[in-house]
Design a protein around this ligand. Structure first.
Ligand code: ADP
Ligand code: F6P
Length: 338
């Protein structure tokens, strides 16, 4: 026991879970080095909760995390593990922690991963969640690791699309990731001067928000266009109608405006690539903070960004929070894309 009566943390585990995000490696490095610096042992668990359930782990040394800071993806691999949603799966995870001497665990991933961390914490293994997903869709944190890099990748690619759209007087419809969250779409919309950005959080009307807007800007001499649509928009149904794919939307725009249109679905390109400086810094800070919590014997918390500072919340409280879109940014985007 430590001085505060909590079980002493001798060994901690680290895993990455859900969709990988650039910067996850920087979290693994930071967690490993902070723990080793403080005389603890570290076990790297491979393939998320699936690896925990199968005891796929290795002891981490200072050198295990060399040369990974600049790499996208995650050296620990990631997985989606439906079995961990069941109590039986969490119980196996707990038993494997006990068997391998893991006293506390850092989980880097999204909301689903935090639910697993909550369930394992409730069984007595203190867990700390670190927000790692390109989607920026975690309500408790103003920022999620990987978002900056993903937006940078989207912007670089849309800049290329603009070159060809401009040369042909075309409209480029670009679908971006984000699951149910429109942050990637909105931020790239601002960066790329999109004439319209459709996000799942805000009601839209294709005729009003795209067609009429394009026609208006054509009257002022504009002849090439970028329309960004979040995947959370193309995947939903409109009443009884199935969602409109980016390709269908491009066809509709061409029919209604006479502007030749092409669709591009950026897809998993958005998940890869070297993490941006911002992602490396935030990942390093959050990983360090997570270990500090465990060192104090504190578990069942998530690390978060609030007002540009690193803070922590109870996982249950964090999972109750509701994510909203930045309406100010949306308004700015709309009012300057005329
Ligand atoms: P992504 O959004 O990329 O899917 P998540 O962090 O939401 O990332 O990861 C989902 C993963 O979290 C699941 O595949 C599963 O392994 C894990 N998980 C554990 N417990 C739960 C739970 N109760 N609900 C949802 N996901 C869970
Ligand atoms: O959560 C990250 C994310 O890339 C989402 O933006 C996207 O909806 C999903 O994962 C794609 O998942 P998969 O890699 O299973 O195709």
């Amino acid at each position: 026991m430590s001085a505060n009566g909590k079980k002493e943390m001798k060994t901690i585990g680290i895993l990455t879970s859900g969709g990988d995000a650039p910067g996850m490696n920087a979290v693994v490095r930071s967690v490993t080095r902070t723990a080793l610096f403080n005389g603890m042992n570290v076990k790297g668990i491979f393939k998320g909760y699936s690896g925990l359930m199968n005891s796929l782990m290795q002891d981490m040394t200072l050198r295990s995390v060399s040369d990974i800071l600049q790499r996208g993806g995650t050296m620990l691999y990631s997985a989606r593990c439906p079995e961990f949603k069941d109590d039986a799966g969490v119980e196996i995870g707990k038993q494997n922690c006990l068997a391998s001497g893991i006293d506390g665990l850092v989980v880097c991933g999204g909301d689903g991963s935090f639910r697993g961390a909550r369930d394992l914490s409730l069984k007595g293994i203190p867990c700390i969640g670190v927000p790692g997903t390109i989607d920026n869709d975690i309500a408790s944190s103003e920022y999620t690791i990987g978002f900056d890099t993903a937006v940078r990748t989207v912007v670089e690619n849309i800049d290329r699309l603009r070159d060809t759209s401009q040369s042909h007087d075309r409209c480029s419809v670009v679908e971006v990731m984000g699951r149910h969250c429109g942050d990637i779409a909105l931020h790239s919309g601002i960066c790329c001067g999109a004439v319209s950005v459709l996000v799942p959080e805000i009601e839209f009307d294709i005729d009003r928000d795209i067609i009429q807007k394009m026609k208006k800007t054509m009257n002022s001499g504009k002849n090439h266009f970028i329309v960004i649509v979040a995947e959370g928009v193309t995947s939903v149904r409109f009443g009884d109608e199935p969602g409109m794919s980016a390709h269908q939307l491009a066809k509709y725009i061409e029919e209604q405006t006479g502007v030749e249109s092409r669709a591009t679905v950026l897809g998993h390109i958005q998940r890869g690539g070297t993490p941006s400086p911002r992602d490396r810094v935030v990942a390093s800070q959050m990983g360090h903070y997570a270990v500090e919590l465990l060192r104090k014997g504190i578990g069942n918390r998530v690390v978060a960004m609030k007002d540009n500072h690193i803070v922590d919340y109870d996982i249950l409280e964090a999972l109750e929070m509701k994510k909203t879109i930045n309406m100010e940014l949306y308004r700015t985007c709309n009012e300057i894309s005329i």
